[in-house]
Design a protein around this ligand. Structure first.
Ligand SMILES: C[S@@+](CC[C@H](N)C(=O)[O-])C[C@H]1O[C@@H](n2cnc3c(N)ncnc32)[C@H](O)[C@@H]1O
Length: 340
């Protein structure tokens, strides 16, 4: 717990309020033109990621691909480069990126009544602000308040009934020692359920840093990112504020919103099922086909990063369907978490 110095006039807010304002308020971190280099996602690591999404779109026969939290539109551009013929739509609160091809649509509002659609949200949910609670000396969970200017924290009141219920179900703190923390993922569940409800027929995929009920981080995962590096999370608009996602809770929210089938797995498994592998080419190609050999070695190295079980490969893939079964490549390799 960071303590505020005595005598300072601080404007305490809950973490959700403070991050909402810092990221998405007037002049907020994401309201400005997307700052390059603040984050490096799977999309930036390799076009193999877009290739896998293109493969999934084809398996879904998606006439439209919607990228929620599309950032600077890199995934959509890479999908077009992969030759995907679907209508491409980027959804982001940030302005349309300069130079985005004119045949790529861009909107701040997720469309409604989506049919024959693949919706992908890569590293979106971790940027949906959440409240933080901390166990006090008497063993009660109290909201953590933060001063946006300095990042100083103090404990506030108890969370409201809906959040208490969420905590009991998804991140119980009964008997937890003082200073243990939890991040209340209810806004992510609601955001995800909203996506599901807008789909009439299709597949929705969230890819993100995640944890499950059995292995929540004892002190939470709230982090700041600036210029691609982790920094103390100060909600003053100078850095991104993110926290890992309780994807099991999102999965249940999606189920309650009407999904037909559901799969929660790792990026490593999902990408492998979609044909990404890190196999090196035969050594003799180095002499007989040097150009191809070098390209294949570069691809294998990028695939290694995407599949790394202690890095991006550890990300979660939540795949849910509305009005149809799981797409064949995923269903063939991986058992569904929930099925009709
Ligand atoms: C970490 S970036 C990920 C960008 C991109 N998906 C990628 O993989 O590179 C998260 C993005 O989500 C966007 N975002 C957050 N909340 C949003 C909302 N409610 N509606 C639309 N976009 C949102 C942010 O503006 C930001 O561009």
């Amino acid at each position: 717990m960071i303590n505020a110095g005595e005598g300072l006039a601080l404007a305490w807010r809950t973490w959700r309020e403070a991050a909402e304002h810092a990221l998405y308020g007037p002049g907020g971190f994401y309201r400005r033109e997307q700052p390059a280099g603040h984050f490096r996602t799977s999309v930036h690591v390799s076009t193999l990621f877009a290739g896998a999404v293109a493969q999934l779109a084809e398996a879904c026969r998606a006439r439209t691909v919607v990228d929620v939290g599309a950032g600077r539109g890199e995934l959509l551009v890479a999908l077009r480069q992969h030759g995907i013929g679907s209508t491409l739509v980027g959804v982001d609160v940030s302005p349309r990126p300069p130079g985005l091809p004119t045949d790529v649509q861009w909107t701040a509002q997720l469309p409604d009544q989506l049919t024959d659609v693949l919706v992908i949200a890569n590293e979106w949910l971790d940027d949906v602000p959440v409240d933080v609670v901390e166990v006090d000396a008497a063993g009660h969970a109290r909201l953590v308040l933060v001063d946006p200017a300095s990042g100083a924290e103090q404990l506030g009141g108890e969370p409201d009934a809906a959040d208490v219920e969420w905590l009991a179900r998804w991140w119980p703190l009964d008997g937890a020692a003082p200073s243990r923390r939890a991040e209340i993922g209810r806004p992510r569940d609601e955001a995800w359920a909203d996506v599901v409800r807008r789909v009439h027929d299709g597949v929705v995929v969230a890819v993100d840093y995640y944890h499950l009920r059995a292995d929540r981080p004892p002190f939470g995962s709230l982090t700041g990112y600036r210029d691609g590096r982790t920094v103390p999370p100060i909600p003053n608009g100078s850095c991104n504020i993110t926290a890992h996602v309780a994807l099991d809770a999102c999965e249940a929210a999606g189920a309650a919103a009407g999904v037909r089938a559901s799969l929660l797995t790792t990026q490593r498994q999902a990408l492998r099922a979609l044909g990404v592998d890190a196999l090196l080419p035969p050594r003799e190609f180095a002499v007989s086909r040097p150009r191809e050999y070098l390209d294949a070695v570069a691809r294998a190295s990028q695939a290694t990063e995407l599949l790394d079980p202690s890095g991006l490969g550890r990300f979660g893939w939540l795949v849910q369907t509305v009005g149809r079964p799981l797409p064949a490549p995923l269903a063939a390799f991986l058992p569904p978490t929930r099925s009709p």
